[in-house]
Write a protein that binds this ligand. Structure first.
Ligand code: NAD
Length: 481
């Protein structure tokens, strides 16, 4: 059954689009047409920004609500998302190929958990403090919402990544125009339904589905006060340039090519480690920004690491994303599969040794599938070690000493995630401290909504999540009395 929308969610209403453009959506697993959503023209962006501006500027509106009232409305949105959890997971899974077992739990659950977390931060926030003025008298320092926020999300974890933006923004008192990726619009419309059913007032959250041009027009719109973007490093650079010229605050969560540093005392027993290894390296078909896809293996145990990863990749069940037993689903689109296959070909032509995979799985000709793939004997300078593939492809690189391993891990344009594998917690911490990255795990990688998340170098600017979640959406004002 096709999921069809013919209206946008702007200003709390379902309004007819200004353009006849339609975004057609296809199942990543079967190639079948599964729905359509109206695209957005510049007039739709104008209408969404205007609605957000009106809601923000209302002298009795959202930005001026007492914290408890705003937090209660945010809790109601969490509830509306929870009751749509199963359908949300199904839509995400069909569109981007995320295995339903992954989509159901984190994708459905995370936004609601995070909304309740930011509501809690708002309830306990000190929005105004009085301090002694250093030259005499007092100064009142206020945290004020920054204004109208343009939030741009990618397709790979569309609902989680959108929530990392709209949740803290609205908790801070801002209003939001959310632009989802054209690959994942059906879930964004279900999100809009949840907003419509919640106590969040009209115009506080607006959704305009569209592609790169829609995003670019939104970023430079005169009535936007802050841009928050998650996506590729290339797009992030171009958005940063525009925001730099406009002196517009911008947060950037970009790509990654993280390292798994396997120490010589690591446990390599797949019976014990395969779940954690999967979450850290190949989760969501490799279509996840923080995955440790460069495996740094000590020379003393190199062959053992290669054999373990080969067995691990071959053990994974590849199949339709909606099948609960599937571990590796398809790539999001045929074009993205071509890109991943291009890297597989480049790995071999650059001299790496293909250990397993490298092709398309048999019997799954309808969707955009590739086999879980492992390359060994990879040079850290090779394209498959330096560039983000965003597919189920692991590259094994040998190292001699721990200093060597840390140097190779840090020899990257990116710095988003990473892992250390060891049975010695002290050694694990020592190495984790030395890696230039925004986040790193020891023997597992599990993002904590209560701790800051983000990247260094080409992986971005700023942090999301954690106790400072609201900061990027607030500005400080000092009132001298
Ligand atoms: P993308 O950069 O192509 O697109 C991301 C979003 O930005 C989409 O909505 C797109 O329409 C929009 N967009 C693209 N160019 C734009 C421009 N110039 N101006 C305004 N909007 C623009 O990325 P993608 O392929 O959708 O997502 C995959 C990328 O996202 C990977 O590089 C991945 O690492 C990254 N990512 C990063 C994080 C993180 O937290 N650091 C999380 C998930 C994904």
């Amino acid at each position: 059954m096709s999921i069809t929308y013919d209206r946008h969610f702007i200003g709390g209403e379902w309004v007819a689009p200004s353009t006849p453009n339609v975004i057609e959506v296809f199942s990543a697993s079967t190639g079948e047409h599964i729905g359509s959503v109206p695209g957005s023209g510049n007039s739709d962006v104008d209408a969404a920004v205007e609605a957000a501006r009106r809601a923000f500027d209302d002298p009795h509106g959202w930005a001026h609500w007492a914290p408890e009232r705003r937090a209660t409305a945010i809790d109601s949105l969490a509830h509306e998302l929870e009751i749509r959890n199963d359908e949300m997971a199904r839509r995400v899974s069909m569109q981007n190929g995320m295995p339903i077992s992954i989509a159901e739990r984190p994708t459905g659950g995370f936004p609601a958990i995070y909304l309740r977390y930011v509501a809690g931060l708002l309830r306990s926030a000190q929005l105004e403090v009085e301090r002694p003025h250093l030259l005499g008298g007092t100064t009142i320092v206020r945290k004020e919402p920054i204004g109208v926020v343009a939030a741009i999300a990618p397709w790979n974890q569309p609902q989680i990544l959108a929530s990392l933006k709209y949740a803290p923004a609205i908790a801070a008192g801002c209003t939001v125009v959310l632009k989802p990726s054209p690959e994942t619009v059906l879930d964004s419309m279900l999100f809009a339904e949840a907003v419509a059913a919640s106590d969040v007032p009209d115009g506080v959250v607006n959704v305009i589905p569209g592609g790169r041009e829609t995003g670019a027009y939104l970023v430079s719109h005169r009535d936007i006060d802050k841009v928050t973007f998650t996506g590729s490093t290339a797009a992030g650079r171009s958005i940063a340039e525009v925001c730099g010229r406009l002196l517009r605050p911008v947060s950037l969560e970009l790509g990654g090519k993280s390292a798994a540093i396997v120490l010589d005392d690591a446990d390599l027993d797949l019976e014990r480690i395969s779940d954690d290894l999967f979450d850290a390296t190949l989760r969501n078909n490799g279509q996840t920004c923080f995955l440790s896809t460069r495996i740094l293996a000590p020379r003393s145990r190199y062959d053992e690491v290669v054999d373990t990863l080969c067995d691990f990749a071959r053990s994974l069940k590849v199949g339709d994303a909606l099948d609960p037993s599937t571990q590796i689903g398809p790539m999001v689109s045929s074009a993205h599969r071509d890109r991943v296959e291009g890297y597989m070909a480049k790995g071999s032509s650059d001299g790496a040794r293909l250990v397993t995979g490298g092709g398309r799985p048999k019997g799954l000709e309808q969707g955009w599938f590739v086999e879980p793939t492992v390359f060994a004997d990879v040079s850290n300078g090779a394209a498959i070690a330096q560039e983000e593939i965003f597919g189920p492809v692991l590259s094994i690189i040998v190292y001699d000493t721990i200093d060597d391993a840390v140097r190779i891990a840090n020899d990257s344009h990116f710095g988003l995630g990473g892992t250390v594998w060891t049975t010695d917690a002290t050694r694990g911490m020592d190495v984790a401290r030395r890696v230039q990255t925004g986040t790193i795990g020891i023997n597992r990688y599990s993002v904590d909504p209560g701790a800051p998340f983000g990247g260094v170098k080409g992986s971005g600017i700023g942090r999301e999540l954690g106790p400072g979640s609201l900061d990027p959406y607030q500005q400080l004002k000092s009132i001298y009395t």
